[in-house]
Design a protein around this ligand. Structure first.
Ligand code: F6R
Length: 242
């Protein structure tokens, strides 16, 4: 695992966007796994700026989601499909056909999870997977005690994560209780994992991820098992590293 400490979130976004540009120059149809939440927004802004400036041709890039709420109606502005379309697919000028994610509206949720794992494999696997981290050390929505070999499946959000995500909804009660998330085993199959963490609230989780034992109580610690994992942290999120 490599750890890169940057001065602030904007610098982290710039650094990771540049890595994505380099990947797209080598492999124009790379499959880019994206996360939602606040942390990756500087990455998406920096990447869209580079694409608009024609630093790279991203027209063949493919995008896939890490996770999705269960039960939000199709087109709900906070479904992760809507968020990724708004924050990533449209700013990069890509068509919605270049983008895939788990179906959080499916009646057969288990079937939708298995179908998503199959779709990722059939697409050739994820080339670069972006990750944020929860204050409790989750990646995707693999909450503490998730199996480190888990596949895409339905998970129940902890009260802490629902509170953390309430800012995106009109009322805390509207935050869904369930999500479909790539499993930790699924995430570890991506060829390059890039986790960005910013702000002091993430400092404990970052320290446990990087310096603690590999343990399911801190799902992000599974990155230690990956041959090519990069953890980019700003100074506040790095403040509890030894
Ligand atoms: C969302 C996701 C989550 C977030 C995490 C941090 O797709 O995978 O693991 O990355 O909850 O969220 P923010 O960045 O909003 O602090």
């Amino acid at each position: 695992m490599e750890v890169v400490i940057v001065p602030d979130a904007a610098a982290g976004g710039e650094l990771i966007a540049e890595a994505m540009v380099e990947l797209l120059r080598r492999k124009p149809d790379a499959l880019l796994g994206v996360a939602t939440g606040s942390t990756p927004l500087p990455i998406y802004e920096a990447l869209a700026t580079k694409v608009r400036a024609k630093a790279v041709d991203a027209s063949r890039a493919r995008i896939c989601q890490l996770d999705e709420y269960v039960g939000l109606p199709a087109g709900h502005p906070e479904s992760y499909r809507s968020v990724v379309l708004r924050e990533v697919v449209e700013p990069l000028g890509l068509s919605p056909d270049s983008f895939m994610g788990p179906d959080g509206t499916a009646e057969d949720v288990r079937g939708a999870c298995a179908a998503y794992d199959r779709a990722l494999a059939e697409a050739g696997g994820v080339d670069l997977q972006l990750l944020g981290i929860g204050t409790d050390g989750h990646i995707g929505f693999n909450e503490p005690c998730s199996s480190l070999v888990s596949r895409t499946r339905i998970k129940t959000l902890t009260q802490q994560t629902r509170e953390d995500n309430a800012r995106f909804f009109d009322s805390p009660d509207e935050v869904p209780h369930h999500v479909i998330t790539q499993g930790i085993g699924t995430i570890l199959e991506a060829r390059h994992l890039v986790l960005l963490a910013t702000g002091e609230r993430k400092a404990d989780a970052v320290a446990q991820t990087v310096e603690g034992p590999v343990a399911s109580i801190v799902p992000a610690s599974a990155l230690q098992l990956h041959p090519h994992a990069t953890v980019v942290v700003d100074e506040a999120a790095a403040s509890k590293l030894k």
